[in-house]
Design a protein around this ligand. Structure first.
Ligand code: ASC
Length: 763
């Protein structure tokens, strides 16, 4: 009773207060709140006919006009979607009486707004008239980030002049050089003046004489330099604190965004305290630079702690690629990232999209790579088990219940879900890359269909699907149109397939702007059932080369190598083998050994080209104790055509055959076919697709099935071909191909320094 009367009194007091405020306001005209949500981002525009990257607000430059009346409060919620650039907006002519902190001048009144963050400006427009807003961070205004503010008199009051209509005209001059180039010139020695603008714009329209243009600067291949420091870092990617390996502090590492033909130069500084490192550029063929492939033991001596090594290579084909550690099981610690290569400006694309976004899929173990590798190489064998979490762009969500917050803290922002903000109606090219240690995945976006258009840097004959199966080491581009009800958000989900899942699905948010961070109101899609192998084979068979982009394979191979995939026991240790040979690495990298004619560092006999297919039952647990380890390699005649038949079998547990994604370094192969059961050379070659096979660098071998590949050994060097499951590679599931060594130019001396290559430095 007492409580009730108290709350009634409070309400009455509040109403009185509001009444008094209204009276004090006097005029009886309400000041309103004008609320804007702005997304600032890069877009290509041609305001004077010359294409240039500009900065837009909600897709416009000039940005939207703010229209308000005297004494209104303007609220602008600004999301900075610039990829690598801060922003601040100044409200030019607005006096900011009482709100000096909203004047929008970086370094004077505020920290700049960082990429990916949202900042709210709020101020009163206390005088009628014509004003402006524009960027006040660096020289950013020059990129088109500006607009008008019109403040009218309140309803019922009139200006001291009359007019029928009210129109805005923004006047500007326009440079073709970016603000970065201009700012760099101005702060260089010798000083480089920005020169006169190329055009004058009236409301963002001008006319430049295009005939005076030769090739625009954007089209020319350039060198892109990166300096990466590799360090140990504690990370809580799925809320659980774990020792990870980061590049410049982050995992996934920075994305390399380049244009076809660019040269990439990466200085890798190994600041790991106790561990070597090597980085492989997965999908980049390294034509002419086999020493930059980054495979420890094959192409280089690993980079030792405290050392810096420079990788230099050309990205010679547009597409989606990745990079990752190729040293021990180090990839598993988070040392990976994406490489996006675009077509040169003006080159026609075979598909259209508005925006391009990268999504890295991975799985995550709480035990370190060191503990895992120790378990795998122990007697008795201790399998690493299923991962604890699935990550989408480095974010997952492990249930912390029962764990101390210092170990697992579900409120840690590092493990908030990845949010892909989309604008309704726009089509997104999502570049997916799977860097899982173990898991094969299905990727889906609730209520949205995907059109698959690219795989491993090759155009795919488009097909529409609700879920995409993606195996470790594969990349895909899918087109997704944000065409669903934009008043809510949707789940992005990944789930494990091919192995009985013990890992919860990975989740992210497909976020319709501007409903930031709202959890979708539905249950996430659970994805297809894990053990429907047919579904996965069907999708593998659907992936064909796009019409108009088919590269015809040679009609016949010069050599056929059949590789039986088995789990074996060798001297009591569990290993994985091909034709009963489990690979072991010599301490001297093959590329250097062969270049320097060191003939004694590996077993010179050729590994077996086949297995006893007639007498081998792929469905039963074989007596796999007859395997051995070897350093031997396949030497392929330069330019010859090689067929590889991957044959799956039962593991050492009854009724289990696993999926193995196989990855080839230095080449793409044609995917000629997939089949179930044992491959039969006389019968199954007739089923090969020689009409429109896709070329890829990574391909699944399905349980109890076979996969047939063809490639041309036309890239001089030494190249790994291996199962992309980190533990299986560690356990010897790889072969090594050499071809055209006589054509390999001088290997940089920085690749030397281990094994017998040390001898070469002796006086
Ligand atoms: O190498 C492996 O070992 C286990 C299992 O076969 C034995 O526990 C597994 O699933 C692997 O892929």
């Amino acid at each position: 009773m007492v409580l009730l009367s108290e709350s009634i009194i409070r309400v009455i007091l509040l109403l009185c207060l509001l009444g008094i405020i209204a009276l004090l306001n006097g005029s009886g005209v309400e000041a309103r709140i004008r609320w804007y949500k702005w997304e600032v981002k890069y877009e290509y525009r041609s305001p004077d006919c010359v294409k240039k990257r500009v900065i837009t607000i909600n897709g416009q430059t000039p940005g939207p006009t703010i229209r308000a009346q005297l004494n209104d409060t303007v609220i602008v919620e600004l999301t900075n979607s610039l990829l690598t650039e801060n922003v601040a907006i100044h409200w030019h002519g607005i006096r900011q009486i009482g709100t000096p902190w909203f004047n929008g001048t970086e370094g004077v009144t505020q920290f700049p707004i960082l990429p990916g963050t949202t900042f709210r400006y709020q101020f009163v427009v206390d005088r009628p008239g014509t004003y402006l807003y524009h960027a006040h961070s660096g020289m950013q205004r020059e990129a088109g980030l500006y607009g008008s503010i019109n403040v009218a008199l309140p309803d019922g009051q009139s200006e001291p002049f009359t007019c029928d209509y009210d129109r805005n005209i923004i006047l500007d001059d326009w440079y073709h050089k970016s603000t970065y180039e201009q700012a760099f010139g101005l702060s260089s020695i010798p000083f480089e003046w920005v020169g006169e603008p190329q055009s004058l714009l009236i409301h963002e329209r001008g006319k430049f004489n295009c005939s005076s243009l030769t090739i625009p600067a954007l089209d020319t291949a350039i060198e892109r330099h990166y300096t990466w420091e590799v360090t140990y870092q504690y990370k809580s990617l799925d809320c659980y604190k774990k020792l990870a390996i980061a590049i410049n502090g982050s995992t996934p590492g920075p994305t390399i965004s380049a244009v076809q033909g660019d040269t990439i130069v990466v200085d890798v500084i190994n600041n790991l305290l106790m561990e070597n490192v090597a980085i492989h550029w997965h999908g980049i063929r390294q034509r002419g630079t086999p020493w930059s492939d980054g495979t420890d033991g094959v192409t280089q001596c690993a980079i030792m702690p405290g050392e810096t090594y420079r990788y230099t290579f050309v990205v010679d084909r547009a597409g989606t690629y990745m990079y990752h550690s190729h040293y021990g099981m180090q990839r598993e610690a988070g040392l990976y990232g994406m490489i996006n290569v675009s077509l040169p400006v003006g080159d026609p694309k075979p598909f259209d999209y508005d925006l391009d976004r990268g999504i890295i899929l991975s799985d995550w173990y709480h035990r370190t790579a060191y503990e895992q590798s120790t378990s795998l190489s122990s007697i008795p064998y201790e399998w690493i088990g299923e991962p604890q979490s699935l990550l989408i762009n480095g974010r997952g969500n492990f249930s912390c219940s029962g764990l101390a917050p210092s170990v697992c803290n579900s409120t840690n922002p590092q493990c908030s879900p990845f949010t892909l903000t989309v604008i309704s109606g726009k089509t997104y090219r999502l570049r997916l890359a799977s860097l899982t240690s173990l898991s094969s995945l299905s990727f889906q976006i609730e209520d949205h269909e995907m059109t698959v258009v690219e795989a491993d840097g090759q155009y795919v004959e488009p097909f529409v699907t609700k879920n995409l199966f993606i195996y470790s080491g594969e990349t895909y581009s899918v087109l997704v149109t944000a065409n669903q009800d934009p008043s809510r958000n949707y789940w992005i989900s990944i789930n494990v397939v091919g192995r009985k899942p013990k890992t919860p699905n990975g989740l992210a948010i497909f976020n319709y702007n501007p409903d930031h961070f709202l959890i979708p109101p539905t249950n996430p899609p659970s994805g297809p059932i894990w053990n429907d192998t047919h579904l996965r084979i069907n999708q593998s068979l659907t992936i064909k080369a796009r019409q108009g982009f088919i590269v015809n394979p040679p009609k016949k191979p010069d050599r056929i190598i059949v590789l039986l995939n088995t789990q074996n026991k060798i001297n009591g240790y569990i290993r994985w083998s091909l034709n009963n040979v489990s690979h072991s690495f010599p301490t001297t990298p093959y590329l250097i050994a062969l270049k320097e004619n060191m003939t004694d560092i590996f077993d010179p006999t050729s590994p077996p080209e086949d297995y006893d297919s007639a007498n081998f039952d792929i469905y039963s647990v074989a007596n796999n104790t007859n395997a051995n380890s070897s350093t031997s390699i396949y030497r392929l005649q330069f330019n010859s055509t090689v067929d590889i038949i991957l044959q799956n079998a039962n593991t050492m547990r009854a009724n289990v055959s696993e999926t193995h994604p196989w990855h080839l370094h230095g080449h793409d192969f044609w995917v000629l076919g997939y089949g179930e059961g044992k491959f039969n050379l006389s019968r199954d070659t007739d089923k090969y697709n020689l009409v429109d096979p896709i070329m890829k660098n990574t391909v699944p071998l399905h349980p109890y099935g076979w996969t047939a590949l063809r490639f041309q050994a036309d890239n001089p060097g030494v190249w790994l071909f291996h199962c992309h499951i980190e533990a299986h590679l560690f356990l010897g599931m790889l072969v090594v191909f050499e071809s055209g060594m006589e054509r390999v130019e001088n290997i940089p001396k920085a690749n030397y320094g281990c094994g017998k290559t040390k001898d070469l430095f002796k006086p």
